[in-house]
Ligand binder design. Structure first.
Ligand code: 5RP
Length: 237
């Protein structure tokens, strides 16, 4: 299984992204996540701006910055604002299991943007995840993307194996060699099988020297908007 999960329909993604954009009000600072689902939110915000909405966006990646510029969203930086009102972002997997303590935990980083995504989400008053039904799981099981500084990739891989994971250095598809993140680092996709305690695993990964950030987002999301046939389902945590 690759870190980037796919299989959801564009109609579901559009519904989720479009609904999240409706939560944005005049004057807000909005975190602009990365990926194909959030792109629908960014495009909807561009249309709302044409109709008079006044907001500032904080992109989480080169991709979301480019799209935001294209659709006319004025941009700012985290250190230039008092705070972020709302962050909108996609996910590779979302735990959908109300009886589990991990309900609402996410794996992100299929687009290798999870470090900035986590910083922006953590800065936000409210963090809304946008997803299609293919992202909902009872237990996280996708490989966990781990951004590492280049000098540390072998050490981190060794430590991940000691934790019971199988690390794979993410390869670029149209370049020889590895994916290099927007921060100039590498990504190890770390397969652990089913992850019963995402918070504990996240803490162990975060403690490895050379790890910049991992893609486990635990206790961060406030809601998930799931685009479904004919409508939208909302999970609130
Ligand atoms: C990028 C991410 C994305 O939000 C995640 O991969 C979901 O993307 P998509 O909406 O294209 O399925 O975490 O780092």
């Amino acid at each position: 299984m690759s870190a980037k999960t796919s299989g959801g329909s564009d109609a579901h993604k559009r519904r989720a992204g479009g609904r999240a954009a409706e939560d944005v009000e005049d004057g807000m600072v909005v975190g602009l996540g990365t990926g194909s689902t959030t792109a629908y939110a960014i495009e909807a915000l561009g249309r709302a701006i044409e109709d008079g909405l006044e907001i500032r966006g904080i992109p989480t990646s080169f991709q979301s910055r480019q799209l935001a510029i294209e659709v006319g969203i004025p941009l700012t930086e985290l250190d230039a604002v008092e705070g972020v009102d709302l962050a909108i972002d996609g996910a590779d997997q979302v735990v959908d299991s109300p009886d589990s303590p991990a309900h609402g935990a996410l794996i992100k980083g299929g687009g290798a943007a999870h470090t900035r995504e986590k910083v922006v989400a953590a800065s936000a008053e409210r963090f809304v995840v946008v997803a299609d039904p293919s992202k909902l799981v009872a237990t996280l099981e996708a490989p966990v993307p781990v951004e590492v500084i280049p000098a540390a990739h072998t050490l981190v891989a060794e430590r991940v194996r000691e934790l019971g994971g199988e690390p794979t250095l993410r390869s670029a598809s149209q370049k020889d060699g590895p994916v290099v993140t927007d921060n100039g680092n590498l990504v190890l996709d770390c397969a652990f099988g089913t992850i019963e305690d995402p918070r504990a695993l996240g803490q162990e990964l975060g403690a490895i020297p050379g790890v910049l950030e991992h893609g486990m987002f635990v206790g961060m999301a406030d809601s998930t908007y799931v685009g479904v046939d004919g409508g939208l389902e909302v999970r609130t945590y």
